[in-house]
Each structure stands twice: as C-alpha cells, then as structure tokens.
Design a protein around this ligand. Structure first.
Ligand SMILES: Cc1ncc(COP(=O)(O)OP(=O)(O)O)c(N)n1
Ligand SMILES: Cc1nc(C(=O)O)sc1CCOP(=O)(O)O
Length: 451
C-alpha cells in the first residue's frame, strides 16, 4: 500500500535540554505534519547554559539506524546535524550514498553555549565525505568561515563564500545564514544553480538555542513534502522567525526556539473562534437588553501566552453587540483584532492571571452594580473598581494607556483576583462593568447569574 505520510530522517545528536539536536528536529518535523525518523550520532548532556558530557554512538550503530528505517519505512528527505567525529562522518556518508533522498547538511560545529560538537580533526572529513552529497548546506557565519577559510563581514562576503563552498565541495546548493552578520535584518544568502537569492527577515528578539537545527529540519520537512528547494527555504525562514519570537523562556542561558508556535497558533485561533462564536450566539439568545451599554458590548477571548502580544491576538465581535429594538444582536462576526478597549483590558488582566483570557463589558448603573455586589457576596465573587479621576497625567497623555492603568489599579486595590471590575466613567466616557473569566463559557455563567 502507498505510504500517505511523508517521512524525514535526522542524523544528529541528542540534546537533553530538548532545545537543539534531534529533539528540535523531531518537533519541527511534527510541526509540518511529517513523520520523523532518527539516527542518533551522539548523546549530549546539555541545557541552556552548557554541554557537560558527550557520548558518541559507535559508527556502525549510526549506519545501522539509517539502514533500518530507509529499508523498511522509506525516507523522503534527510538532514545531518551533529556528526561529532570523523568515523561517524565516514559511516554516514557511506550509508546515505545507497539511497537517493535529498540531504540537507547543517554543518554543526559549536553549540550556542560555546561547546565544540565536531572534533577539530573532523572538519576535513565533513568537507571531503559529506558536503559532496549535500542537496543543501546550511552554515552560519562562523561555520561558513571555517569551511571556506574566508572572513564574512557583509552580505556580499556571504555570497562569495556560499559560491566558494558549493564550487569547492560539489554541494548542490549552499545557504549562508545571516543571523550573526551585522545589520537590522537577518539576510540568508542562497547560492543555487549558479545564481544567488536573498531571504530576509527582521532580527527578532527572542530565543535562539536550536535555531540552526530547527531551520535545517524545516527545510528537510518541506523537501520531504515535495516543495522545491527555494520554496522550502522560504517556508523555513518564516517558521524560524516565528519560533525565535515565540521562544519559551526556560533555563538560565540561551532559551530554546518554540517549534510548536507554527501549529499551535492557528489551532488555538480556530478553537477560540468556535468557542466565542457559540458564546455570542448564546448571549444573544439570553437577550439581556438591560445590560447593553450605549456604546455597545464586546465579548473577547485571547490567544494564550506567550502568543498574546497585541490586540490583534484577541478575538472579539466586529461592530460589537448592540440593542436592536427589543433584542440583542451581534453586528458582525467574531474576528481577531475586532476589539480595542476590551482587548487591552484582557491583555493587562492576563499579565496578572494568565489563564483568564475572556471578558465582556456590560452597562453600569447604580442598580446593576448593587445587584452585582450582592450576588458577589453570596457566590464569593470579588469586585474591584478604578476611578479615572485618579489617573496620573502621564498616563492620560499616552494613547491607549488608560485601560491598562485602570485594570492594573483595580487588581492591585484588592488582595484577591477580581471577577468584576467597574469604573464610573469621565467626561464623554460612559461608566462600565467588565466581567472576566477563563473562557467565554465561564464569563457567560457569571452573566446568567445577573439575569
Ligand atoms: C546535540 C546538538 N546538536 C546541535 C546543536 C547546535 O544547535 P544549533 O541549532 O546549531 O545551534 P545552537 O542553538 O546550539 O547555537 C546542539 N547545541 N546540540
Ligand atoms: C467603548 C468601551 N469602553 C470600555 C471601557 O471599559 O471603558 S468597554 C467599551 C466597549 C468595547 O470596546 P471594544 O469594542 O473596543 O472592545
């Protein structure tokens, strides 16, 4: 039977910290829906700060891992990472020659923490035995300098070096990565079929441990899926830029790239869209006309952290929810970026209580807030408030700063997490009650108690 899933093989070392090596490669393969296969070359004891031990696997065992998966499962594309010593390099070269899958070579030499991952005397073996078999070689600035014997200070230098490595080794293509080259953008230079192509992205703040491994694994996964080389690099560049920006802040050294962001963000967005759309429908059917303020109601649900960075990452109702005759109607659909005020409120709230990602605003009246306070006492809800008249001048002067200041002030006013925060308005500003919950369902439950 024809195999439906594509496969990608990583021939690399293990990073016990899960940031680089085969661990990064497998996570990357999964992010692209490709079945990952492994041939482990070396086991490293490693974290975000250092490599504290290296144990190389016997070359014949490395070769046998490749053979075992290639013969039975089949390999659509492969990559090499940490190859550690000349014997492993020779065994890998001899074995992969028996198959015709595309081979991406990440010439791993030194970890971000500074530890050598390729013996000095093995560099020549890498050049002699592995690079001639490469569909693509992916050196960073320092690896490219070592492979070419030339210095790289600019994108132009990177072009000269990429061409030199390809011509001298017989590699089909070379991409010199620009992360370590000065400039505001990370410019990667590809030399392929006698021409150059530049891949540009802003140098983003974030986590960089495992970038080289994840980038080359993303190219490999996309080659396995049948994309052309240049297209596969284009996708991988977007993938790695997102992974760096969304990196998980773990450990005390160089934090790792987040490979899951690529699939987790779209998946979360879809879940949020569905849950919020259903909750808005239910809110309409409850028909709480008396709770709708003059400016209308919005109902929001944010992406989780670390993905919630701006109001664009918060879903809300486009055009808000309004009174229409005797009924309550959502003007438009649920969309990300459709809320400004409430989105800023929930993003501030999440800085204190990350799991509380949903909120709704309802009409303030003396009568409603008194009812709320009574119900809150019965049910154990906490209510807090902020007073716009206490807003410092520098906050008033800053566009969009009032709501974050107000929410932070209300949270700090009471010792526990407030379920409800209200404010009494100001000149030209309607007073408002905001109800918070972990998700739209929880917010709705609180609203139902008020009706
Ligand atoms: C086992 C292992 N393999 C490779 C690396 C290098 O990872 P890379 O993504 O090239 O770069 P750094 O993030 O480490 O600079 C590694 N550290 N461990
Ligand atoms: C206009 C307004 N002000 C609020 C406040 O809390 O002061 S809530 C609100 C309505 C919701 O606005 P959006 O659609 O921008 O989230």
């Amino acid at each position: 039977m024809k195999r439906l899933v594509k496969t990608a093989l990583t021939i690399a070392g293990s990073d016990s910290g899960g940031g680089a090596g085969i661990e990064a490669d497998l996570k990357t393969f999964t992010a692209f829906g490709v079945h990952g296969l492994v041939a482990i070359t070396s086991v490293t004891a490693q974290n975000t700060q250092a490599v504290t031990a290296i144990h190389d696997i016997p070359p014949e065992v490395v070769a046998e891992q490749i053979r075992a998966v290639a013969e039975d499962i089949g390999v659509d594309a492969a990559k090499t990472g940490m190859l550690s010593n000349a014997e492993i390099i020779k065994a890998v070269a001899k074995t992969v020659k028996n198959y015709d899958f595309p081979l991406v070579v990440d010439p791993v030499m030194i970890a971000k923490s500074g530890a050598p991952l390729l013996r000095e005397d093995a560099v020549d073996a890498l050049i002699k035995y592995i690079l001639p078999l490469a569909t693509l070689v992916t050196p960073n600035r320092f690896e490219a300098e070592k492979l070419s014997g030339m210095k790289i200070r600019s994108v132009e230098d990177a072009k000269i070096v990429a061409k030199k490595i390809a011509e001298e080794t017989g590699a089909e293509a070379v991409i010199v990565k620009g992360g370590h080259i000065e400039g505001e953008e990370a410019v990667d230079v590809l030399y392929h079929n006698g021409t150059f192509r530049e891949y540009r992205a802003p140098k983003v703040e974030g986590c960089t441990h495992g970038t080289g491994c994840s980038f080359s694994a993303a190219i490999t996964a996309n080659l396995a899926k049948g994309l052309g080389l240049e297209e596969a690099i284009e996708v991988a560049k977007k993938f790695i830029t997102l992974g760096i920006a969304m990196g998980h802040r773990i450990g005390h050294g160089h934090c790792p790239v987040n490979q899951s962001a690529w699939i987790e963000i779209p998946a979360e967005k879809w879940r949020i869209y569905e849950e919020l759309t259903n909750a808005v429908r239910e809110f309409e059917s409850i028909n709480p006309v008396r709770l709708i303020p003059e400016v209308g109601t919005n109902f929001v649900y944010s992406l989780p952290l670390p993905y919630a960075r701006s109001t664009k990452d918060v879903a809300g109702v486009k055009g808000r929810i309004v009174k229409y005759g005797n009924s309550v109607k959502a003007v438009g659909p649920v969309e990300f970026g459709a809320s400004d005020h409430l989105a800023r409120a929930v993003l501030t709230y999440m800085r204190f209580y990350p799991e509380y990602r949903s909120a709704i605003n309802i009409r303030y009246s003396r009568e409603i807030i008194e009812e709320i306070i009574e119900i809150a006492q019965e049910r154990g809800f906490k209510v807090s408030f902020y007073d716009r008249r206490e807003e410092p001048e520098e906050i008033k002067a800053k566009e969009g700063a009032t709501i974050p200041w107000g929410i932070e002030t209300a949270i700090k006013r009471i010792k526990e997490r407030p379920d409800i925060i209200y404010h009494l308005g100001d000149v030209g500003k309607e007073p408002m009650i905001l109800v918070f919950g972990r998700n739209p369902r929880e917010v709705l439950e609180k609203i139902k108690m008020l009706i």
